[in-house]
Structures are given as C-alpha cells and as structure tokens.
Design a protein around this ligand. Structure first.
Ligand SMILES: CC(C)(COP(=O)(O)OP(=O)(O)OC[C@H]1O[C@@H](n2cnc3c(N)ncnc32)[C@H](O)[C@@H]1OP(=O)(O)O)[C@@H](O)C(=O)NCCC(=O)NCCS
Length: 177
C-alpha cells in the first residue's frame, strides 16, 4: 500500500484521483507516459530515454520543502505526475505542471489534478499566486487551466526552430481565493 498519509502533508484526494508520494517501483508506470511522443509533443522535455525517467524518479523520491512532486493515482494505478513548486519565496509565487498517461485522457482527471495542485500550493506551500505555462497549440491543457480558474495573463514568443517546435507560450495565473 502506498504511503499516502506521509508526514509531509503533500497528499490530496478528489472524487476520481489522488496525489500520492512516488515510490521506487513506479519506474515502469512513469516511463510508460514519459517515453510516449504524443504525450510529450507540447512539452519542453521528452520523450524520455529510460535513464531520463530514472533521473526524474530519483529526484521525485527526495522530499523537498519548496515543492510537491506527486504521482497521480487512479486507485492503485499510477496514471501521471503532477507538481506545484515555489518560484519566488518572498512573493509567495509558484507554478504547477501535470502530465497524464494517454490512456486516461478525456475523463476530467487533469482538471481534478490541477485543482488538487492548487489546494496543495495555497494550503501546504503557502502560496498567494500560482502560474502555469503551456504551448499555445496545447488545446487540452489550455482548457484544463481555464476550467480550473486560471486566467490568461500573457504570451511569449518562442523560437520555432527550437527542438520542441513551439512558437508561442501562453502564461496563466490564479490568485488565492
Ligand atoms: C493536457 C492533459 C493533462 C489533459 O488531460 P485530461 O485528463 O484529458 O484533461 P481533462 O479531461 O481534465 O480536460 C480536458 C479538456 O480539454 C478538452 N480537449 C481535449 N482535447 C482538445 C482539443 N484538441 N481541442 C479543444 N479541447 C480539447 C476536453 O474536451 C476537456 O474539456 P471539457 O471538459 O470542457 O470537455 C493531457 O492531455 C496530457 O497529459 N498531455 C500531455 C502533457 C501536457 O500537455 N501537460 C500540460 C503541459 S502545460
């Protein structure tokens, strides 16, 4: 049984999914989505080689006070990763990110994940503002952010010749209610 009730207080549960601590045995489940080129098509990382995922998981297993980097769990199945981290301690500002295995898209799980990340960011990390960035082509993530209450605050032009092919990044944020 996964140690959801760990003392770090960074677990959170919704009606469908929950955010729990990663475990060393999660490598195959994490690599299943992190190595998927469709999952990574709009990301600034991946598709991962196994060594990349091993490095990610080794980092995720280390508890750090400035972040919650959690596994997205559907029952006992790991379906993604989710993170909220402090970007500016003085300003109490942070950022979120999330990735789900393609087999579980379209069920509202990312929207639920983003809502839980906001709860952890505001209530556990003590943030006042949380931002999110995404590729302007990433319609599903834009919709997730809108549904979670984020507002579009700006756009950043990117070099389309970069490895990701990203031409524009959208910048969203939300304040503590
Ligand atoms: C983005 C991602 C997390 C969405 O996960 P998900 O569980 O399918 O999201 P949800 O089901 O909560 O919501 C998706 C919404 O986007 C909509 N959507 C999906 N594809 C879309 C498209 N091509 N155009 C417009 N809307 C789209 C869905 O209809 C849904 O909105 P609705 O509830 O109003 O119908 C998932 O696709 C993913 O992991 N992508 C790869 C990683 C990534 O891009 N992470 C975000 C980086 S900013």
């Amino acid at each position: 049984m996964r140690n959801d009730q760990a003392a770090n207080g960074k677990s959170a549960a919704g009606p469908g999914i929950r955010l729990a601590n990663f475990q060393a045995q999660d490598l195959p489940a994490v690599h299943a989505f992190a190595a998927d080129p469709v999952v990574c098509q709009y990301s600034t990382w991946g598709p991962n080689q196994l060594a990349d995922t091993q490095e990610f998981l080794a980092d995720a297993l280390v508890e750090q006070p400035h972040r919650a980097l959690q596994a997205v769990m559907l029952g006992d199945v790991l379906i993604g990763s989710a993170s909220v981290w402090v970007t500016d301690r003085k300003a109490k500002a942070g950022e979120i990110g999330y990735t789900l295995n393609r087999g579980y898209w379209g069920n509202g799980y990312a929207t639920e994940t983003a809502g839980l990340l906001l709860r952890l960011g505001f209530e556990v990390l003590g943030l006042e503002r949380i931002s999110a960035t995404c590729d302007a082509r990433n319609a599903a993530s834009i919709r997730v952010l809108e549904k979670t209450g984020f507002k579009l605050k700006g756009r950043r032009v990117e070099d389309p010749e970069s490895s990701t092919g990203r031409a524009e990044t959208l910048l969203f944020n939300i304040g503590r209610a």
